[in-house]
Design a protein around this ligand. Structure first.
Ligand SMILES: Cc1ncc(C[n+]2csc(CCOP(=O)(O)OP(=O)(O)O)c2C)c(N)n1
Ligand SMILES: [Mg+2]
Length: 283
């Protein structure tokens, strides 16, 4: 039977602000699952702490909400246990670039076959709008009324510096394009990183739809990392679309010699082992 959007809807009312970009990001995610004909039992989404993480209640499927900054290692664990599952790590710009930035770096370097979906609303929203490394430098924020004292990180530039196999950028007010990006990201065999420029009407009202409309532009896919870097660093335009993809580098499990001939998943191989004789050998 064909999968329907209703299969992914829940009856729990979440607490996102009216106009929050998370609504359309989730709509696009559900739509992508439907168009890929994936049932809720075939997917795993690991959630972070933050407004993005409160989406755990808004969608059906295998879900796990962990500590702040840790949705990526949870996703890696789920993928390694059962690589037949479609695994998505859902995370905010704060969790991904601050508390959990090490995990982002190693997931890309290892090329695990997971999708990392970064909700970039340019602030720590759940804790009432502190500056993150994607907040514009001159922007007044809670605790930094004169603008932040630190420098910034461009997510695309960081990802592209790590020889990734997939980087795309979407915009929360364009769920149709985001659905397409998510489908391609989930079908990519390797670590797909998707940054979503997310509207945050409460703590980032200056970057509203009118502000984005003047800047958002569609990028064609780039064939080299250096062209892709120039695209994500553009200071006038915010380019969206699949910006870089390399299909030639094998993903982690297909590059791991001792798993190549296995027909089973690690989760099938877990069993109870009697360690009494092993322990007695230490006496
Ligand atoms: C280790 C740790 N550090 C800090 C916090 C406090 N905290 C909870 S939510 C949050 C903000 C999350 O920001 P982001 O990841 O960008 O998600 P958003 O709320 O913007 O969607 C912070 C700092 C925490 N729960 N755990
Ligand atoms: Mg955020």
């Amino acid at each position: 039977m064909a999968v329907k959007i209703e299969d992914y809807n829940t009856n729990i009312k979440n607490t996102w602000c009216p106009g929050c970009g998370n609504f359309s990001i989730h709509m696009a995610l559900k739509q992508a699952f439907v168009e890929l004909n994936l049932t809720p039992s075939e997917i795993v989404i690991t959630f972070d702490i933050g407004c993005n993480g409160n989406g755990v209640d808004d969608i059906e499927g295998n879900r796990f909400k962990g500590l702040h900054g840790r949705s990526v290692p949870l996703a890696i664990g789920a993928h390694l246990a059962n690589s037949k599952m479609k695994v998505i790590a859902d995370i905010g710009d704060g969790g991904c670039l601050h508390e959990g930035v090490d995990h982002l770096i190693h997931a890309i370097r290892s090329n695990y076959d997971i999708t990392i979906l970064i909700h970039n609303n340019q602030n720590f929203a759940l804790t009432t709008g502190q500056a993150t490394s994607t907040t514009k430098e001159e922007k007044p924020m809670y605790a930094f009324p004169d603008g932040k004292a630190e420098g910034s990180i461009n997510i695309g530039e960081l990802v592209l510096s790590l020889n990734p196999t997939f980087f795309a950028r979407g915009y929360s007010n364009d769920p149709k394009q985001l659905t397409e990006i998510l489908k391609q990201g989930m079908n990519h065999k390797g670590c797909s990183v998707i940054e979503v420029m997310q509207i945050c009407p409460t703590y980032n009202p200056q970057s509203n739809h009118d502000w984005f409309k003047e800047r958002i532009a569609q990028s064609a896919i780039k064939s080299t990392i250096s062209e892709a870097v120039a695209t994500v660093k553009d200071t006038e335009k915010i380019y969206t679309g699949i910006i870089y993809q390399n299909r030639n580098r094998p993903d982690f499990l297909n590059n791991l010699e001792n798993r190549k001939s296995k027909k089973t998943e690690l989760v099938d191989e877990v069993k109870q082992v009697d360690i009494k004789s092993l322990l007695s050998s230490f006496k």
